[in-house]
Design a protein around this ligand. Sequence first.
Ligand code: AMP
Length: 510
Amino acid sequence: MPDKNKTTFADTGLSSPILKKLERQGYEHPTPIQAGAIPPILAGKDVVGLAQTGTGKTAAFTLPLLQRVGAALEKDSGHENITRAIRVLVLTPTRELAVQIDKAVRNYGENLTTRSTCVVGGVNLKRQIKPLKQGVDILVATPGRLEDLLGQKIITLDWIETVVLDEADQMLDIGFMPAIKRILALTPKDRQTLLFSATMPKQIRQLSNQYMKKPVEISVSPESKTADNVSQSVMFIAQPDKTKAAISLLQTYKGKRVILFSRTKRGCDRIAKRLNGNDLSAQAIHGNRSQNQRTRTLESFRNGDVDILVATDVAARGIDIPGVELVLNFDLPQVAEAYVHRIGRTGRAGKSGTAIAFCNPDENSLLRDIERIIKIRIPLRAGDGKVEAEPEWDPNKNPNAERTFNHVNPRETEDYVPDSHQGKKQNQSQNQGHGEKRKAQPKDPNFQKRRKKRRSKNKGGAGAEQSSASQQSKGSGTNKPAPTPNKLKKTRRNRPGSRARKRHRAERGE
Ligand code: AMP
């Protein structure tokens, strides 16, 4: 790996218009992933880049590709019959990341004649088609929308020279792998393929073996290791106390940029509402919000109009917002790797950051999984903010070591209504969620017995009704099922005030 302090951008082989842009950008030295990846990409080789977020990954592939496309455009410029075609395709898992990469491409290629655009789902297709029709060299896309455009024959991938798969492991998690394989099959076989991923699960390794030619592998950090400049701690808090604890913690971060991660979409909305109700400025971002809302929220957060972004894992990857001082894991993620991506939102570009996780007793196993992959024991943080380091812990020697939960106040979890949005499959204790208090049921020893009896009676009744209804329909000689109340609702004559209703009533003499 080239020494960061000795290597300059000029050493990597980048041309002067790009070097000038980098100088203006204030980049002095290439980051390790840039120093490692730029020369082979310029040489047209396939590259597998194993790098965590915030390492300068985007520039590592954008800069050399801009140079290659620029050179190709220059070569073609003398030929009148050659029209613009998509030469570089960048595939990303999320819409936000696609927009961000497109912005980076335009920014770094300011002094070049290259054209780029971005196509993502959730926004007007017509507006995205216009620049495509005018001709672009670099296309940044999410797989779904790209397949839409390919299906409608609006674009072709016949002239692709390079495909970049960014955040490949997240694309795998989301379930994009079949789409990626279909898309790769539509590109020329002699293309250059670049794959960037924070982790290297087996399926990504297989993908690289199947679709890449002798890739140069660059790994700038051990697998799943979290950024070194993020100070991490964990607080043990019973689930119902988390909101209160978040409010008091975030009061101390007032005016600073914070991302709070919650596991569920509705949880995000609820937490954002509570924070706003406590004189904090928060906005929620998650998959249930429209793409325009998501873009606006990210922009407000980036501009500093909003201090706290309350997000699901939609914002955990790739999103580069400078100056995030705290990442608060309100809930621990179900997949341990997501923790690495979440806390990668802070401590970016050499700055330091803080990551605090709230862990309830039911999340203990999730915490253990996280600690196993990051290979450190996250220090405990007390309510007063003091962080106590725990005794040395070796995950390989004692992987099942459990935490003690002395810090959690015992409380009656049955007093809390579970969040319905968290799904019926999850057990009650996991569901305590962001629950609200409800009145305890009066303690009646016969209550359960009576309820069971009542339910079985109701079931019997309903069954009897059903069978008599089916008999009736048999008797009438038709196979038509009895109309459901829903079906009745939809008929015109059931619409209050409608002419059909009046006519129907008149016919019946009502
Ligand atoms: P990325 O990992 O691509 O999201 O980049 C993380 C951040 O590092 C971005 O804000 C970049 O602007 C910044 N960055 C990228 N390369 C360099 C560099 N060579 N020197 C300083 N900052 C950089």
